[in-house]
Design a protein around this ligand. Structure first.
Ligand code: HEC
Ligand code: HEC
Length: 259
C-alpha cells in the first residue's frame, strides 16, 4: 500500500497537469517508452508529439483517446482508415509507450532554447581542469574510468539518440532539479526493520527492487519488506553563481568532448 502511494507521488511529481485519470508509471518504464517512441512514433508524431495536426501526445490533446487504456488499445490496433498503423507490441510494451507519453513534457527537450543561452564559446581543455578541480564533479560522477557513482556516467552522454544538446547540459548544470531524466532519479527506501538506502533506481519487478546505492553498491530489496519508497530531489548542486558564465561554457565544452 505504501508503495502504491509513493508511486502515485512519482507521477504527480512528473506530470502535475494530467487531464484525465492517469496511472502511475515507473521511471524505468518511462525511459523504455521513450526509446520505443523515438524509433516507432517520432517519424509521424514528431520529437515533441505534436506533428499530427490536432493531436499533442505529450500534452494530453487527443481526438479519440479518453484514458490510458484507450491509448494502449490505439497503439496496438491502429486507427482504421488513417495512416496510424497498428503496432505489434504486447500490452506491457504499449504501456511503456503510454508511460512516456504521459511524462513526455517532463523530459529534457527544450524546444525554445535560444542559441545565445549558451553564453560565451567554451574551451574543453579549461573545462577539464574545472571539472576535476573547482567543480568537484568527480565526487559524484564517473567519467572516463574515474570518479564516483552518485551521479550518472557523463562520458556516455554523447552517444546515439540520447545525445544531450549544449542547452540541456547547461540546464543540468545550472538548474539540476528543473528536469531530471527518469533514469537519473534518486529513490530512497526504508525497510520495515528501519534500514535505509538511497540511490539510482536500476530495475524492479513485481517482487523486488534494485538500487545503485553509492555506499552499499547494488542493493536489492523485497518490496514486501519495504515501509517507504520515495523519490528524492536531485543531489546535484546548482552551479549557478559557483561557476562564472565562461567557466560553465568551458565545462559544457568538456562534456561535449567526452566519448
Ligand atoms: C505512419 C505515421 C504514424 C506512425 C508511425 C504513428 N502514428 Fe499515431 N497517428 C498517426 C495519425 C495520422 C493519427 C491521426 C489519425 C486520425 O485521427 O486521423 C495518429 C493518431 C494517434 C493517436 C490517437 C490520438 C487521438 O487523437 O486520440 C495516438 C494515441 C497515436 N497516434 C499514438 C502513436 C504512437 C504511440 C505511435 C508509435 C508507437 C504512433 N502513433 C505511430 C500517424 C502515425
Ligand atoms: C553531489 C553530487 C554531484 C556533484 C558534485 C555533481 N553532480 Fe552532476 N549529477 C548528480 C546527480 C545525482 C545527477 C542525476 C540527477 C540529475 O539529473 O540532477 C546529476 C546529473 C548531471 C547531469 C545530467 C546528466 C544527464 O543524464 O543528462 C550533468 C550534465 C551533470 N550532472 C554534470 C555535472 C558537472 C559538470 C558537475 C561539476 C561541475 C557535476 N555534475 C557535479 C550529482 C552530482
Amino acid at each position: 500500500m505504501r508503495i502504491y502511494v509513493a508511486l502515485t507521488f512519482i507521477t504527480s511529481f512528473v506530470s502535475p497537469c494530467g487531464l484525465f485519470a492517469q496511472h502511475s508509471y515507473l521511471p524505468s518504464d518511462i525511459d523504455d517508452g521513450r526509446r520505443i517512441y523515438e524509433t516507432s512514433c517520432g517519424t509521424c508524431h514528431g520529437a515533441f508529439g505534436d506533428a499530427v495536426p490536432g493531436i499533442d501526445l505529450g500534452r494530453g490533446q487527443f481526438r479519440r483517446a479518453k484514458s490510458d487504456e484507450d491509448l494502449v488499445r490505439i497503439i496496438r490496433s491502429g486507427i482504421r482508415d488513417t495512416t496510424m498503423p497498428p503496432f505489434n507490441f504486447n500490452e506491457s510494451q504499449a504501456t511503456m509507450v503510454v508511460a512516456y507519453l504521459r511524462n513526455m513534457t517532463a523530459m529534457p527537450v527544450d524546444r525554445n532554447a535560444p542559441i545565445e543561452v549558451l553564453g560565451p564559446p567554451g574551451d574543453a581543455t579549461r573545462g577539464k581542469v574545472i571539472f576535476e578541480g573547482k567543480g568537484k564533479c568527480l565526487t559524484c560522477h564517473w567519467t572516463n574510468g574515474a570518479g564516483n557513482i552518485t551521479g550518472p556516467d557523463l562520458s556516455s552522454l554523447n552517444g546515439g539518440r540520447g545525445r544531450r544538446s549544449p542547452a540541456e547540459l547547461r540546464r543540468s548544470l545550472l538548474e539540476p532539479n528543473a528536469e531530471v531524466r527518469p533514469e537519473n532519479r534518486t529513490i530512497r527506501v526504508v525497510t520495515k526493520s528501519g534500514a535505509t538506502s538511497t540511490g539510482n533506481l536500476l530495475n524492479q519487478d513485481t517482487d523486488t527492487i534494485q538500487l545503485l546505492d553509492p555506499k552499499l553498491g547494488l542493493a536489492s530489496f523485497m518490496k514486501a519488506d519495504l515501509k517507504e519508497f520515495e523519490l528524492v530531489p536531485s543531489p546535484m548542486p546548482s552551479f549557478k553563481g559557483l561557476l562564472t558564465d565562461q567557466e560553465s561554457a568551458d565545462v559544457i565544452s568538456y562534456l561535449l568532448s567526452l566519448k
